[in-house]
Design a protein around this ligand. Structure first.
Ligand SMILES: Nc1ncnc2c1ncn2[C@@H]1O[C@H](COP(=O)(O)OP(=O)(O)OP(=O)(O)O)[C@@H](O)[C@H]1O
Length: 370
């Protein structure tokens, strides 16, 4: 997949900007605060329907505007063209269209335009709460599999219903009458998610070990899934996981009624990151942590390609300040010739294999309306 063009109107710092990146590695350079990251975020919006981290649509709207508009054109490796328009206004909310058809569900876009982000803020994947690591895993899986995305949305709906039921049941000595139905639905949907996540980590591990070994030698990295079922998870097939969940829900029924929330399931699971057997979150240096993160992302690029047969667009924010020169060179070697990448930097590098473009040359001046 490659981005042919993006037109940006009233998004973050940019009132009007046009950018037509080349194939290969594009380096966007400009001074601090000139809006380079804002451009990557706009591309992220068009590919994955939202900005970075947990920013809201409103935060992305230019301070002096009432709306923003992003118009993008992507071409797949097989030559299919996708025109994605994202429109947000304070009155009308957000709408997204694909090839001029309004999307009823934004999730329909997920997976169509594979896109991977590496940014300094993403360090929360390693240092943040378990939720951040689950999000990394879910985002990767949702780009690979539509059924995973649908099941995840379904699971969230069931969880919400079950929690509402736990919350509303006034009689704590016995469960609400239809609680069992919701528990069964949750166990079934949860088992699907747990199984997919465990399979993903098994398959992804060699990709990750390879990428890490290219960036840093010596340590052995490992990714492990820790289910909230703990030792109660006795089987790794889907039906077995569902049985284990049902059994355990029976055991913790009283606890759940007292705490009024669902205490078990993929929303409580954890992904652990290790280097030579030590927890990365607790023991790794800053440099090791960043290397771990970039290895995760580069590995994901290869993994998505093998799964989907489509190259991902790689957005790399600020790698020059995040990694030392040797690691940056290795990353560039790994991504060169492998799809389209967009990198931000305050300086030109002069490297011949990069397409270097100043942010000032993208600012819209005169001509056709955006
Ligand atoms: N909603 C918004 N409206 C207007 N300006 C905004 C908005 N959100 C962020 N900005 C401005 O965008 C600028 C930051 O842009 P960005 O992070 O893209 O810069 P950058 O070129 O990547 O900088 P650096 O090199 O320091 O990483 C800041 O000046 C910030 O005030």
């Amino acid at each position: 997949m490659r981005l042919d063009e993006i037109k940006i109107q009233n998004f973050r710092k940019h009132s009007e900007l046009i950018f037509s990146p080349s194939e290969g590695i594009n380096l966007i350079f400009g001074p601090n605060g000139s809006g380079k990251t804002n451009i990557l975020e706009a591309i992220h919006y068009c590919a994955l329907t939202k900005g970075f981290n947990r920013t809201t649509d409103r935060q992305c709207m230019n301070f002096s505007a009432e709306s923003f508009l992003l118009k993008s054109l992507f071409t797949s490796d097989t030559g299919c063209q996708y025109r994605v328009h994202v429109d947000f206004s304070t009155n009308g909310g957000k709408s997204i269209s694909l090839n001029n058809s309004q999307l009823e569900k934004f999730s329909a876009l997920i997976g169509l335009i594979p896109c991977i982000l590496f940014s300094p803020a993403e360090i929360t994947i390693v240092h943040g709460s378990p939720q951040e690591r689950r999000r990394f895993l879910d985002n990767a899986l949702c780009q690979i599999s539509k059924s995973y995305l649908e099941q995840l949305l379904q699971y969230r709906r069931i969880l919400q219903q079950r929690n509402a039921l736990l919350h509303s049941s006034w009689d704590r000595s016995s469960p609400a009458p239809d609680m069992n139905i919701w528990t069964e639905l949750l166990a079934e949907s949860g088992a699907f998610i747990i199984k997919e996540r465990m399979d993903f980590l098994d398959e992804f591990q060699p990709y990750f070990s390879n990428a890490y070994a290219i960036l840093d030698t010596g340590e052995i990295p490992r990714l492990t899934y820790r289910s909230s079922l703990g030792k109660a998870l006795v089987s790794s097939d889907r039906a077995g996981i569902a049985d284990s969940l049902m059994h355990r829900f029976g055991e913790i029924q009283h606890q759940e009624q007292v705490r009024k929330q669902t205490l078990l399931g993929p929303h409580r699971d954890e992904i652990l990151f290790y280097l030579d057997g030590s927890d990365v979150k607790k023991y790794a240096s800053q440099g090791q942590t960043r290397t771990f993160l970039i290895a995760l992302k580069v590995a994901l690029q290869r993994f998505l390609f093998d799964k989907k047969g489509e190259q991902s667009i790689f957005l790399l924010d600020d790698i020059f300040s995040e990694l030392d020169q040797r690691r940056v060179e290795r990353v560039l070697e790994m991504i060169a010739g492998f799809g389209q990448s967009l990198i931000t930097s305050t300086e030109k590098t002069g490297l011949s294999f990069l397409h270097e473009i100043s942010i000032h040359d993208m600012l819209y001046k005169h001509g056709d309306p955006l």
